[in-house]
Write a protein that binds this ligand. Structure first.
Ligand code: PNW
Length: 468
């Protein structure tokens, strides 16, 4: 890390710098403007599901304060802003009639961004599924969701695509599948060892239909592009033995390969087929046609690294709910952290070199796609002192990860953009408001925003392209 700190690096002039957020985490206005309910509204209102029963009912109140937020973006010289659309705000039941008031909200946000010289990057699904789709149609378990999703995506392309040129269909399908349907720690809160594979399959199919629709009907006129954002940590072999090297590779394939292999290679990794057997669905030829090569860029959300070691059958056990191993029992992998690694307040280790190794691995396995880091950042226990928020740990984190990302570019990786998570503090899902990831501090009692020292530091990086 000290090595990365000492180096001063310059990113290319056309590099896309930005920050990211998501609808349920920042908007609030959960019952306003004709919005329908989402599975996160229901989940967060269910006792014991979130820290202190906290919800996104109000959260950072972006729904009412978006103009002020865009002004703060302009003040930091932001060039790109990634946000997500709440499906039930645009289409309350997830099928049928659209909600024009919801569409107008996003349309005004897009205009406000463009008027301030900020390019919108829009995620269509960041986990707030319309509740009616879950209650009446089994949510992501039902293959029919691909049609529902494509129709919702079409509403967005139709109403916003004249101005939005960067689309992300899904945010982190791994989290939806594993935390939502495997561990039950995220909405809809289901616990299963088979449903995650069904859900992942339908997420990929839904992406495929939306991407096909965009490519055939909208892209020719609108001239934008579409991709997916997958999350992946790096997995480093614990020892340099073939068994641990294989275990680490297996862990990567069960994490990122699960989604990226169908997108870039046309099917699930062979090792998943071998180990998951009948629980892993098969793609039809039509699915493959839609999914394979459907991304115009490779969106990557990256936060941390763990060591991976071989486990004997039955030996791999799951860690805490926020542990990100997935269904380790299917992988026979034991994960661990080096106790010397610095940890963020999430308990995630800060391991900048893992970012470089992951970027190189993706480049190699998926034939050098154009990669956008659509999320990277850290939580810290930020406090207001005399009206200011000083967060040196976050600056250190961003500096170190950017240093390693730059090394990856020098080594040939086509990394074209970087979005800091997050523009501002927000509702960190099951962990509520305790985890602050923002470059801007939010006082939840008053709604007041304060740019942290990291916001000023990142503003300079975006402006100069220089990380020193
Ligand atoms: C991502 N895991 O979530 C999301 O895209 C954001 O909404 C979220 O705020 C951010 O990262 C920080 O957590 C994740 O357990 C949640 O591996 C959990 C995991 C990964 C990503």
């Amino acid at each position: 890390m000290s090595e990365a700190k000492a180096r001063s690096v310059r990113f290319p002039a056309d590099f896309s710098w930005g920050t990211a957020t998501s609808s349920y985490q920042i908007e609030g206005g959960w019952m306003e403007g004709g919005k329908g309910l989402s599975i996160w509204d229901a989940f967060s209102h269910t006792p014991e599901k979130t820290r202190n029963g906290e919800t996104g009912d109000l959260t950072s109140d972006h729904f009412h304060r978006y103009k002020e937020d865009v002004r703060l973006m302009r003040e930091m010289g932001l060039k790109n802003y990634r946000f997500s659309i709440s499906w039930p705000r645009v289409q309350p039941l997830g099928y049928g009639k659209e909600n024009l008031e919801g569409i107008r909200f996003y349309s005004s946000l897009v205009d406000e961004l463009l008027d301030n010289g900020i390019t919108p990057w829009v995620t269509l699904y960041h986990w707030d599924l319309p509740l009616a789709l879950a209650l009446e149609h089994d949510g992501w378990l039902n293959p029919k969701i691909a049609d529902f999703f494509a129709r919702y995506a079409e509403l967005c392309f139709k109403h916003l695509g004249d101005r939005v040129k960067n689309w992300i269909t899904l945010n982190e399908p791994w989290v939806v599948s594993i935390l939502g349907y495997g561990f039950g720690t995220f909405a809809p809160g289901r616990v299963s060892t088979s449903e995650p594979y069904v859900v992942a399959h339908n997420l990929l199919r839904a992406h495929g239909q939306a991407a096909e629709l965009y490519h055939t009907r909208y892209q020719p006129g609108q001239k934008g592009r579409i991709g997916m954002s997958n999350n992946c940590d790096w997995r480093e072999p614990l020892t340099d033995t073939p068994r641990d090297r294989d275990a680490a590779e297996r862990a990567r394939l069960f994490f990122l390969g699960w989604f990226a292999d169908p997108l870039y290679r046309g099917d699930y990794p062979a090792v998943m087929r071998e180990r998951v057997g009948e629980r892993l669905p098969r793609f039809s030829q039509e699915d493959v046609r839609r999914i394979h090569r459907s991304c115009d860029f490779f969106g990557l959300n990256h936060y941390t690294t763990l060591y991976a070691a071989h486990a004997a059958p039955g030996e791999a056990v799951r860690g805490n709910p926020y542990d990100n191993g997935g269904l380790v029992e299917d992988q026979d992998v034991k994960l661990s952290a080096d106790p010397n690694w610095a940890k963020t307040s999430m308990g995630w280790s800060m391991v900048p070199w893992g970012c470089r190794k992951l970027l190189l691995w993706i480049s190699d396995r998926y034939a050098q796609p154009e990669i956008i880091l659509t999320e990277n950042g850290c939580s810290s226990n930020d406090v207001v002192v005399e009206g200011k928020v000083h967060d040196p740990a976050r600056i250190e984190f961003l500096r170190a990860y950017l240093g390693e990302a730059h090394r990856a570019i020098e080594e040939g990786v086509k990394l074209r953009g970087y979005f800091a998570w997050s523009f501002m503090d927000n509702f960190e899902w099951a962990l509520g408001f305790a985890m602050r990831f923002g470059l801007h501090y939010v006082d939840y009692a008053t709604g007041k925003r304060i740019p942290k020292s990291s916001a000023k530091w990142f503003a300079k990086v975006m402006q100069s392209g220089l990380v020193e």
